[in-house]
Design a protein around this ligand. Structure first.
Ligand code: NAI
Length: 270
């Protein structure tokens, strides 16, 4: 058995929006590290099945459940089913998210509400239900040093303002303080809460940008490390962050962005 296999053995992870993209890659990475995985998906059942198959192929267990993270009853059901199936929940990856780009002057209240509902309220609902599971279980040192771990998949736009996407940047900025406040409140109960803030990662959410040569070049100009990220860049970091190797990390954000937050426009020219 490899070392990575040992990292999350006997732990159950709930991952929202895990039918593909970053959520799919995280689900597979956690499955490869030995976790039982609960795959929440919204629309893409085929994608969810592919994620499940990859986890089963890696020797771990996975089940699929459709649900809207912005609906309280769906979220309660998600965690109930996770507990029924695997007996406990140790990890939540709050990944589900949407982006609806509109200039501020014409940003509709509907688009504002939709993005906040999914990205921020959905993350809150899932975090609260996960925390209840952790509280019931307490710490089992045989399984993990923490009673539970929550990772928010935020964005570099929790710190970089983004014109034309005020709804999205606000949801991720709010997520940052939600993460820190929950981390502060639950640290005495041995719950670790952190964020991963990706830069530009090739997924369907931003295909309209990287999917053509001009868009790709514009993206690359913002990335000092010189490549657009892949979902696996996030998967590996997430698996490590929820493992006991990262046991002393709580209330912080790991930027996985090829240096996007280094303000590359300030780089000295030759
Ligand atoms: P994606 O569009 O492939 O994935 C988003 C997932 O969330 C999809 O599976 C979608 O079905 C699901 N989802 C949407 N609404 C939902 C709802 N109400 N309930 C449950 N699931 C729902 O895009 P990607 O890139 O994989 O996004 C994952 C997360 O990463 C998002 O939170 C996004 O904001 C964040 N992110 C992505 C970046 C990128 O460059 N791709 C950069 C920074 C952050």
């Amino acid at each position: 058995m490899s070392n990575t296999k040992l990292l999350l053995r006997n732990q159950t992870a709930v991952i929202t929006g895990a039918s593909g993209g970053i959520g799919g890659a995280i689900a597979i990475a956690l499955g490869k590290a030995g976790a039982n995985v609960v795959i929440n998906y919204y629309k893409d059942e085929e994608g969810a099945k592919e994620t499940q198959q990859a986890i089963v192929d890696a020797g771990s267990k996975a089940f699929i459940l459709k649900g809207d993270v912005g609906k309280e009853e769906d979220v309660i059901e998600l965690f109930q089913k996770a507990k029924e199936t695997f007996g406990a929940v140790h990890i939540l990856i709050n990944n589900a998210g949407i982006q609806i780009d509109e200039p501020f002057l014409s940003l509709s209240y509907e688009s504002w509400k939709q993005v906040i509902q999914t990205n921020l309220s959905g993350a809150f609902l899932c975090a609260r239900e996960a925390a209840k599971c952790f509280d019931e279980q307490g710490v089992d040192e045989e399984v993990s040093k923490a009673s539970g771990k929550i990772v928010f998949i935020s964005s570099v736009h929790d710190t970089i303002p983004w014109s034309g996407r005020v709804n999205y940047a606000t949801s991720k900025g709010g997520m940052k303080m939600m993460m820190k406040s929950i981390a502060q409140e639950l640290a005495p109960s041995k719950v670790r809460v952190n964020s991963i803030s990706p830069g530009a990662i090739k997924t369907p959410i931003n295909e309209h940008e990287w999917g053509n040569k001009e868009g790709e070049q514009k993206m690359l100009a913002k990335i000092p490390y010189g490549r657009i990220g892949e979902p696996d860049d996030i998967g590996g970091v997430a698996a490590w962050l929820v493992s006991d190797q990262a046991d002393y990390i709580t209330g912080t954000t790991v930027y996985v962005d090829g240096g996007m937050t280094l303000y590359p426009s300030f780089q000295e020219e030759d």
